[in-house]
Write a protein that binds this ligand. Sequence first.
Ligand SMILES: O=P(O)(O)OC[C@H]1O[C@](O)(CO)[C@@H](O)[C@@H]1O
Length: 458
Amino acid sequence: MDVDIGNALATVASPGISRDALERLDEDVARAHERIEAGRADAEHGYEALNLPSRTDPDEIYRAVDRPEIADADALVTIGIGGSALGAATIADALSGAGAEVGVGAGSEVGADTADDGTQTVFLDNVDPEWITGHLETLPLENTAINVVSRSGTTAETLANFLVVREAFEDAGVDWTERTIVTTGEAGPLRELSDRHGLPALQVPDGVPGRFSALSPVGLVAAAVCGHDLEALLAGASAEAETLTGSLFECPAYAYGATTHALAARGASVNAMMPYAESLETYAEWFAQLWAESLGKDDLGQTPVRALGATDQHSQLQLYRAGPRNTLVSFVTPRERDDRAIPATDVDDLAYLGDASLGELLQAEFEATEASLAAAGRPNVRIELERVDAFELGGLLYGMEAACVLAGELAGVNAFNQPAVEWAKKATRGLLGGTDADGNRLEEADAVAEKTTLRVDR
Ligand SMILES: O=P(O)(O)OC[C@H]1O[C@](O)(CO)[C@@H](O)[C@@H]1O
């Protein structure tokens, strides 16, 4: 990935960062880089994620999915949530070829992605019963493989969905044990299930938090089943890893990470990730988890917003150009893409379109939107890819992870844990009659009943 931070400079934008401040910040980047490299060298928790390009063995993944019921399946249903779904869904969305819609999260159509090799992929990362039933009623279960992913092996949504999907296969008379592959940690209910039924099981790499695990079996099993090029994904990530040096003026990932940190410190509390490629829509969701769960700590952090170019020029741009000066817009755009001509028309007013192509129109929209923000003194950053393919995607995912790790170092927060999510998990378990590991009641559930209410009913 290439990064242009020109429109984040104080000569263009407010909030913005001056060249002098950027030079000074680069000294912090050098120190942070040393810390990151030391963490990588010692395979420390979190930093280990930046070693994945050289740690992940694509052949191990290809071998694990090399069962006819899995490799030749017409459809693949991935059951996982957060980091155990978004990385795989991002790769599926980006590499799935034109016109595909990935069925991720409640509210998406009972649609599915169709990979280049024709495999239909569905990601069940929510427990909305109507949505789950919709998928189970349309999937060809007798030709569907199951990919269950959970680092902890205990996540309620994932385990509940797996129990439901398993039952649906049994009700359809389809042997799910032949067509299920598991990726999980060394222990936990999911590991027990896979051992009990002799399911192929891959290990979530130690020291790698879920949201940083796309370039491991967590994100790559689904990609392997869909025939995507794991070596190219990892090679792109390796090439990006080569760029990690002690200066933001030499390393695109650090330039992005340092700039977002500097702008957050100057009031840009929102980061709108706006790729100009439909195939990167799910990438913006993946980025939102990475940024929110890693940096949202100690009353700090930048709120990630998912946007899509050109679509959200017609919904969100008004706010980013004329609303509070609290937003950095991060654009991602490929330099090359397959194009399609716009047919000529005899309507004079539309002549300018008839002479162009959709790709030219989209590129003009991107450049115009970028310039419109700069003209209004609003900070934005450009992230460029050669094109949306496996190599470039590997680099983008790795680059964003490295940018996030750096931003965490500069902000002085632990980018690798997410303690704030545990409260609601305990309350949920308590509401369903569950207890803690020692059999004690989960007090968090009581707070639900104690809610302050001021209802206004229709
Ligand atoms: O992979 P697991 O353990 O099922 O967790 C899924 C997701 O849930 C979280 O723990 C948040 O609840 C994320 O950090 C993680 O990616």
